[in-house]
Design a protein around this ligand. Structure first.
Ligand code: ATP
Length: 219
């Protein structure tokens, strides 16, 4: 890396309904592995391909704020929450690319489950033209793609080493060696609806917020 190349910047999109340790700890490990100085949380408003969230946009934003408070690794970007229209990741990253200029290395962080469905995403090739994809491992989701064709598509795009992510602005897919965290927001919502404990699954400040606002009481 030379001094003239800007630092790799990374965004982490999700519904965060609610944010949990599977998000936070996986990305902290990823940041150490890839040498990310900052990760920007990007909660989405109306995920085009998913049912509507259990908590409102404002509540999901508040929970992300509580989860990252005091942790200098994280920032929050609420641009997708401020839009009335669906937030396509490819369009948001294209906007961030325009803001950063053509040479800055940019990355979007996903879990392995998202990589497996990447080729069904709106404009996924355009997304990869704007940024790298950094993939955290996730229990229950294989490292190989579902079909031989998908695997052939993936192979030439894989980064062999994290250094490549810092040397070029976009286009690489990095499969990180992050620890496995068997946590999902779906499971947390189900546990909360059944009044089961969730203390090990998300930060205490977020859990207190959920209880204070009586969120996720219905399955
Ligand atoms: P839900 O269960 O409601 O689908 P989720 O727990 O998968 O939610 P999202 O907000 O949809 O959380 O996920 C945002 C991103 O975080 C996705 O790219 C997803 O793959 C990733 N992610 C979520 N949980 C984990 C986990 N335990 N380990 C690694 N990545 C994760």
């Amino acid at each position: 890396m030379t001094d003239s190349i800007p630092a790799l910047q990374a965004w982490y999109g999700g519904t965060f309904d609610p944010i949990h340790y599977g998000h936070l700890r996986a990305v902290e490990a990823l940041a150490r592995e890839v040498k990310l100085a900052q990760v920007t949380m990007l909660p989405n408003n109306v995920p085009p391909h998913r049912p509507q969230p259990g908590a409102s946009s404002l509540q999901r934003k508040a929970m992300v704020e509580l989860a990252i408070a005091g942790n200098p690794l994280f920032r929050l970007d609420i641009r997708e929450l401020q839009r009335a229209t669906p937030s396509w990741t490819s369009e948001t990253m294209a906007q961030l690319r325009r803001e950063a200029g053509p040479d800055a290395p940019l990355a979007f962080i996903i879990g392995q489950d998202s990589l497996l469905t990447l080729r069904t995403w709106h404009n996924y090739e355009a997304l990869l033209a704007c940024c790298h994809l950094l993939v955290c491992r996730r229990p229950g989701y294989p490292v190989a793609m579902k079909t031989d064709e998908d695997q052939r598509w993936l192979a030439p795009r894989l980064a062999r080493h994290a250094d490549e992510l810092h040397r070029q602005p976009a286009g690489k897919i990095y499969l990180a060696d992050t620890p496995l965290y068997p946590i999902s927001a779906t499971d947390i919502r189900a546990r909360l609806a059944q009044q089961q404990p969730c203390d090990d699954l998300l930060p205490p400040t977020v859990l207190a917020y959920i209880h204070r606002h009586a969120l996720y009481r219905q399955p």
